[in-house]
Design a protein around this ligand. Structure first.
Ligand code: SF4
Length: 428
């Protein structure tokens, strides 16, 4: 335990025993789980606010939950577990509002082929999650020869008709956040980072622009939605070169999958679909994350893989084939589109007249940052059991707290053998 949050802090607050106030490592663990879950929830709530949507109960809860982590407020493990799950419940509201905000502003998503290549001429790369920034940038580029390319978690922007139909949106470039230093160095134009994940630039900071509170040393932080300095920079920089065209199909938003629900339900009943796997979350650089690509490769040909978040980059380069005329790998969108995976699970459970935990559904989540924590808490707050997380357990969760989660929710850690875990999931 490490706690230094109050004046009473003494060496005993930073070792294995209780602190001066009596806070012990498990209380500290649950307080941190609340704090980290709130960070994720606040990120989604901030996006929804930018789309003109707020929820007073959610905002009030964020204040109340922060307050509950102050010194000498709550030492009670069951109450703190209740609070942890309440973070997940309110995060569902945030994801739901964000989903509605995106769809209302940018149109009903649909599957689409995205060109992953650059064209000769000036170009701007935009990364992060904020689709409002992308929309503003595109409008300010209208009428110029400056093309805009999405990067990382911006890839799902192409599924929204009002974004993909914009003449200045030229395609997608690059993969997950951890490859930025190579990819941004190779992209000759300016880069806009709208949210996490931004790495500290290594030799190209003079071309990096960030929005609002996203910022890096040497970069230019934009405090308004005026992108004229970025557009001017694109015209100054060396033009992009034509790269070999590649195409991928994305945009299997939950509304698209619900349109297909009667077909999917009949196919499950006929034995043509054996299982749905949700494999996604965050990507990262650690070798242990190969577990997720191995896992996806080993899923049976009769199963669908739903993916979301930048964890998709771990599995989308492999050819998973097709099933019932659809790609087996269905890209649902950004990390917040985990809301869509929940919607699909709930609707399938209704169609089969069973609980979500009784569906032929396996969730395998890679986590990296605090939004993934809030998404996991949402799934737990809904009573979803048997989720596998990895590649490592959160360091802020003590063994005692993890045991409570295992006992209550059958929460599992990704193992050393993806083959054994896939075999267990399909009952072999
Ligand atoms: S809140 Fe408790 S554990 Fe933390 S520094 Fe203060 S007395 Fe120590």
């Amino acid at each position: 335990m490490f706690c230094n949050q109050c004046e009473q802090c003494r060496p005993m607050c930073q070792n294995d025993g209780p602190g001066v106030c009596g806070k012990d490592p498990d209380v500290q663990s649950l307080q941190e789980t609340v704090l980290y879950g709130l960070k994720g929830l606040a990120a989604y709530a901030n996006h929804t606010r930018r789309l003109g949507k707020t929820d007073e109960a959610m905002s009030a809860f964020i204040e109340e939950a922060l307050f509950a982590t102050m010194t000498n407020v709550n030492f009670d493990i069951p109450a703190l577990i209740e609070l942890v799950l309440a973070v997940g419940k309110h995060n569902l509201t945030a994801m739901q509002l964000l989903d509605a905000g995106h769809t209302e502003r940018f149109g009903k998503p649909s599957p689409t082929a995205v060109t992953e290549a650059t064209e000769p001429g000036p170009g701007i790369l935009i990364t992060g999650h904020d689709l409002v920034d992308l929309a503003d940038l595109l409008e300010q580029c209208r009428g110029t020869d400056v093309k805009v390319y999405t990067h990382g978690e911006m890839l799902p922007a192409h599924m929204y008709p009002k974004l993909r139909e914009h003449p200045n949106l030229a395609g997608h470039y690059g993969g997950a956040w951890q490859n930025q230093r190579t990819e941004f160095a190779a992209f000759s134009g300016p880069v806009i980072a709208t949210t996490n994940c931004i790495l500290i630039p290594n030799g190209y900071a003079n071309r990096v622009f960030t929005t609002r509170w996203t910022a890096v040393p040497g970069g230019t932080r934009l405090t308004s939605s005026d992108f004229s300095s970025v557009i001017a920079k694109a015209k100054e920089c060396a033009p992009l070169k034509k790269s070999a065209p590649k195409s991928s199909t994305i945009g299997f938003h939950w509304t698209t999958l619900l349109d297909l629900a009667p077909t999917l339900v009949d196919a499950v009943k006929a034995g043509q679909i054996s299982r749905f796997f949700v494999i996604g979350g965050c990507d990262g650089a650690e070798l242990g994350r190969n577990y997720f690509s191995e896992y996806a490769k080993l899923t049976p040909a009769s199963s669908f893989i739903l993916t979301l978040g930048c964890g998709k980059y771990r599995i989308r380069n492999d050819d998973h084939g097709t099933l019932l005329g659809l790609p087996r790998l269905l890209d649902m969108g950004q990390c917040n589109d985990a809301f869509g995976a929940i919607q699909v699970a709930v609707k399938l459970a209704e169609a089969f007249n069973c609980g979500v935990n009784d569906l032929p559904l396996t969730l395998v989540l890679s986590w990296f940052e605090q939004k993934a924590v809030s998404v996991l808490l949402t799934l737990l707050s809904l009573g979803v059991k048997g989720i596998t997380i990895g590649p490592r357990p959160p360091a802020f969760i003590t063994p005692n707290v993890f045991k409570v989660l295992q006992d209550t929710f059958d929460l599992r850690l990704s193992g050393s053998s993806a083959a054994a875990d896939v075999a267990a999931a399909i009952g072999n």
